[in-house]
Structure formats: structure tokens, C-alpha cells
Design a protein around this ligand. Structure first.
Ligand SMILES: NC(=O)c1ccc[n+]([C@@H]2O[C@H](COP(=O)([O-])OP(=O)(O)OC[C@H]3O[C@@H](n4cnc5c(N)ncnc54)[C@H](OP(=O)(O)O)[C@@H]3O)[C@@H](O)[C@H]2O)c1
Length: 233
């Protein structure tokens, strides 16, 4: 999928990785960039078309699909996170809330835009996942939502093959955005992650492992002691 002359919709485009995606898409010659945001007034990037889009709201998703019917690339980027384990008192409510955005939001968007991508020649879906698709940690419900979103991405790839829609899963560890602010750990810049993601998309890849830790974790899945089990320190 080439970015030049593409018409793109990015969810969660007002800040963090989403904002950087819109900038890089414009720099690579995208014809039109719809910037989805819960509050379109928070879109500051010049040259994009702000779109009211809460991915958990089916009416917003349907309205976006009507308005952005020329889209050839959808970037499912919107996401939320919260620290805590499954044994915490509020874990069921927290898990439902996180899945509503990170899993069902992606599902709603993908279903609404699949026929549009087909009508526009196939195009692509880029789903923003994480290294925690494969390992859990301080954010248990978030990790589970990314595992589920990884499975969704793999299923969509199979279902959309017939209409020639490229489906790319993007995995990475910490990125220097608001979402990871509470963690004192090495972080990639949003700019480098977005560049690797779009390079991978333009090269026709199905999956991008955007940092070294993610490469190691994925390789470690088949180790004698796989990476998702506690490692000796
Ligand atoms: N940062 C990391 O370390 C990291 C690592 C791996 C993967 N990721 C993934 O990267 C993606 C982007 O995260 P980020 O790091 O850029 O986080 P961020 O700076 O917190 O930005 C999150 C974005 O998602 C939007 N959003 C949240 N709920 C939404 C909803 N229901 N509908 C539409 N938009 C919604 C937010 O909008 P508001 O401004 O309205 O809240 C914001 O624009 C997420 O999928 C995240 O899981 C992040």
C-alpha cells in the first residue's frame, strides 16, 4: 500500500501516536487525512479533516463511515490503558471499559470500513497493537485487550484477503506518549515508531515489530522458557 495519494482515517488523532501518524501521512503525500477524535476541537494539526469519532459509539462510527467513504487506509490507533491486576477490586469494570475501546472499538471500525475499503480497491487496515499482545505485566486488562486485538487483526487478515485489503499489526513496547507517562522505562519516540509502521505498510508487510524488545519477546515465544512466563532475573 502506497501512502502517496492515499485517503486515510486515523482514530485518536488529536495526540500521541495518532497525531504523529497524521503528520507523517501528510509528509508522505497522502491526498486526504481524516483525523478522528472524541472532541474534534482538540485537533491541532493543519491540513487534516477533523472528524468526531468516539470508537465506542456506534452512531459516531456509522457517521464517520458515511462521511469518509473515500478512505483507502484506516489506522485503528485509539486506545486506553490502566495499571492494575485482575485481582484488583474494580478489575471487571476496568477490563470491560478497556475492551470497549481497544477491542470492540477496533471491531466496530473494521466492520464499518471493510466495505468502503473494498469499494475503493482493497486498501489497508493498520491496527495499533503492542508487545503486551504476548506478555502481561503491570497493566493486566490492557494486555488482555491487546491479545484480543491481535487475534482480531489475524482473523480480519484472513477474512479481508479476498478483497485484497492489506492488514498490518503494529507491535511495540513503551512509546513516549501520555499513555506511558507513569512508567520510568526506556521508551521509543512516537516519530520512530510511526516511520517504521508506515515503512512496513508501504513494503507490503502484515506485521511490524517496531523495537528491539518486541523482536526479542516474539522470538522468545518458542524458547524453552517462553517470554510470557516469569524470567529468571
Ligand atoms: N504509548 C505506549 O507506550 C504504547 C505502546 C504500545 C502500544 N500503544 C498503543 O498506541 C495507541 C496510541 O496510544 P498513545 O500512546 O498515542 O496514547 P495517548 O497519547 O494516550 O493517546 C490515545 C489516543 O486515543 C484516543 N482515544 C481514547 N479513547 C478513545 C475513544 N473511545 N474513541 C476515540 N479515540 C479515543 C485519545 O483521545 P482523547 O484525547 O479524547 O483521550 C487519544 O487521542 C494505543 O492503541 C495504545 O494502546 C501505546
Amino acid at each position: 500500500m502506497k501512502i502517496e495519494n492515499a485517503t486515510v482515517l486515523v482514530t485518536g488523532a488529536n495526540r500521541g501516536l495518532g497525531l504523529v501518524f497524521t503528520r507523517e501521512l501528510l509528509a508522505r503525500g497522502a491526498r486526504k487525512v481524516y483525523a478522528g477524535a472524541r472532541d474534534p476541537a482538540t485537533i491541532t494539526q493543519p491540513g487534516v479533516l477533523p472528524l468526531r469519532l468516539d470508537v465506542t459509539n456506534p452512531d459516531d462510527v456509522a457517521a464517520a463511515a458515511k462521511q469518509a467513504s473515500d478512505v483507502t487506509l484506516v489506522i485503528n490507533n485509539a486506545g486506553i490503558a490502566q495499571s492494575g491486576g485482575f485481582l484488583a477490586a474494580d478489575s471487571v469494570d476496568v477490563t470491560r471499559r478497556i475492551f470497549e475501546t481497544n477491542f470492540f472499538g477496533m471491531l466496530h471500525m473494521s466492520k464499518a470500513f471493510a466495505p468502503i475499503l473494498k469499494a475503493n480497491g482493497g486498501g489497508a487496515l493498520l491496527n495499533v497493537l503492542s508487545v503486551v499482545s504476548w506478555v502481561s505485566g503491570a497493566m493486566a486488562a490492557y494486555s488482555a485487550s491487546k491479545s484480543a486485538a491481535w487475534s482480531l487483526t489475524n482473523a480480519l487478515r484472513l477474512e479481508l484477503a479476498a478483497q485484497k485489503t492489506q492488514v498490518l499489526g503494529l507491535h511495540m513496547g513503551f512509546v513516549d506518549t501520555d499513555l506511558a507517562r507513569e512508567f520510568d522505562a526506556p521508551k521509543s519516540s512516537a516519530e520512530e515508531i510511526v516511520k517504521r509502521a508506515l515503512d512496513g505498510l508501504e513494503s507490503g508487510l502484515d506485521e511490524v515489530l517496531a523495537d528491539e524488545r518486541t523482536v526479542q519477546v516474539k522470538q522468545g515465544l518458542t524458547a524453552t522458557r517462553p517470554s510470557y512466563l516469569p524470567q529468571a532475573s
